[in-house]
Design a protein around this ligand. Sequence first.
Ligand SMILES: [Zn+2]
Length: 405
Amino acid sequence: MRGEELVVNEALKVRALPEGSYDYLLEFLRLYRGAVQIVVDKIWGIDEKLSWKKLHRLFYSDLVSMGFRAHHAKEIYVNAKSLMNSAKNNGGRKPVLRKLSARIDKYDYKLDLDNMTLTLKLHNDYEVRLRLIASRERVEKFRSWSNYELVVKYDGKRFWVSIYFKRIVKPLEPRMVMAIDLNFGNVTLAIYTLDGRRVRLKKLNTPHKKILTHKIWIEKIQKKYPKSWRFIKNVRKAIERHGKRIKNISWDYAHKTGNTIAKLALKHNSVIILEDLEKLRENNKKGREFNKRLGLWFYRRIQFCVEYEAGERDLEVVKVNPRGTSSKCPRCGGKLVEDGYRVLRCRKCGFIGDRDVTATINIYKKYISKHSRCGVSGVAPNAPKPDENPSGMQGNKNEAMTTES
Ligand SMILES: [Zn+2]
């Protein structure tokens, strides 16, 4: 599957405001609905298989003489046939159309995303221009996509347009592995080559102190008014204010971090490895610690932004079970014990390493052991075996302790 081209489809649904009168557009939608119904009525009783060619022969000239353009006609009988098929497949009765909606081929509209306008070609050579109501941000990403079809609808009050976009994605083969360790105080990311050499290390401090300050404020207020804080307006307002600050700080941080991580991963063409937070909750000390101090929501938010930013850049994100990532020796599998501030040591083999860096080694190894065995393309033949230590992690204190930022 990988390495092949992949087509991604997405619809952009927006409100549309006709410029000037919309009489012709409404007339077109009614005419279109009527035409689809006529075709459905006629083909409902036909049992033989209806090819496009046959549909064309049966309906094309009638539809054109009703004032429809060539591609309108095609959309009308294609639409009618698919309606009939789905009704028959569900054992239902002959469909009766009520909604005012028309499917329009790319030859019959002109979309201008710069000016946010859409021109539709209607029956009898009428045209209508619509203004699209959507924010720049929503539309921005579709600029580089191609669009091929749209549906225009009238719901009784407003017009809506769904524009179908597609783009072709060529997934990149990852050449590097970026392991990410989320901690209470920092996010540590390390990029490894497929044969285990570390090429980049970065620690991003989290705003945990700021968040905790606001959290403590909230708790203080709640303690002071244990029963009534919900009901006294000013007290509730104060709590909301702190809550809002927490929300802003954490989203800002998550966006920034997601962006930094995805940019780096793109630069190094790496797959991004995260710990699976769902599994963290059940079986890990770290999970309990997170929950006690900040709440897992904060780390979920960061992961959400990492995955989102990675998705925007067509980067792969893989989640691994966090079990043991900060307690197992990456060299021999023995148990690690604390040996000073944020330093871990293996009693069995003497490995010593920075706690966060060690976690990234373990996360990296979990990914490699899972993905090199099933022969994922892109993993070099000389990649370390699951039980083998990647080079550059030889328990040399200086090596595993080096940090850049
Ligand atoms: Zn060891």
